[in-house]
Design a protein around this ligand. Structure first.
Ligand code: TYD
Length: 224
């Protein structure tokens, strides 16, 4: 099934750590549920499935590993995620919103770790049998600002250093510029509400969603 044949909507959020992806994916999903009447599935990579949780633990909290091993673990997580969760949900006609998808591998394993972009892309497209989101929202922020918003102890990727995260940010921006039909780039330094409205407007126009009109309110009785 290509992304054109599915009946649901597939949306991904991308960006550095601490940019607000989970807050914005929740807000967008709640809005889409009301606007479209469809079920919404929120998920994430790595770790959107039971097997994925094991792979997430290994890749984020395990021992040092070389960049190819790291890329293969993310690809394995993604293959299982797509086959067991994302494609079935799209076939049912659901909205699927994922925090991170294959563009994270291109930004982190190619941009950050400096593997070849085309090789990492081929690996991910093989893993997913070519499934791409209809819309990808990049929340763009200076990684130094994102780092100040993190609360938990840093994982392997978060500890990779400022130069790594600057390359990752640039890789996301470069990739977004190549495909403006799929990507929406948002300045993540703005307020939560203003970012949510920008995302909503762009997603509605790209997916052709016309929100159902608000139910008419009963007239308020006049008090004499
Ligand atoms: P994330 O779940 O967004 O982090 P957290 O929940 O701790 O805020 O992502 C985990 C890390 O994995 C993040 O630093 C980015 C990295 N990552 C890759 O390097 N490649 C990938 O393909 C994916 C999906 C994530």
């Amino acid at each position: 099934m290509s992304s054109q044949q599915q009946s649901g909507f597939f949306i991904s959020f991308e960006g550095g750590d601490g940019v607000g992806k989970s807050t914005q994916s929740r807000l967008l999903g709640e809005w889409l549920r009301l606007a479209t009447g469809r079920d919404v599935v929120w998920t994430r990579e790595p770790g959107g499935t039971e097997l994925g949780k094991v792979l997430r633990q290994a890749v984020l909290h395990g021992d040092h590993m070389d960049p190819r091993t790291e890329a293969l673990l993310y690809a394995a997580d993604r293959a299982h995620h797509v086959a067991s969760l994302i494609r079935p949900a799209l076939s049912r006609g659901d909205v699927v919103i994922t925090d991170r998808y294959l563009d994270s591998s291109i930004a982190y394993q190619a941009g950050g770790r400096t593997l070849a972009i085309d090789e990492v892309e081929k690996l991910s497209l093989w893993a997913t049998e070519g499934l791409l989101p209809q819309v990808t929202i990049l929340l763009d922020l200076d990684p130094r600002v994102g780092a100040t918003r993190l609360t938990d102890a840093p994982d392997r990727l978060e500890s990779a250093g400022d130069a790594f995260h600057q390359r990752t940010r640039q890789a996301f921006l470069d990739r977004a510029a190549l495909d403006p039909t799929r990507w929406i780039v948002i300045d993540a330094a703005a307020s939560i509400e203003s970012i949510a409205v920008q995302i909503r407007d762009e997603v509605a126009s790209r997916l052709g969603i016309v929100p159902a009109p608000e139910p008419a309110r009963a007239p308020v009785p006049e008090v004499s």
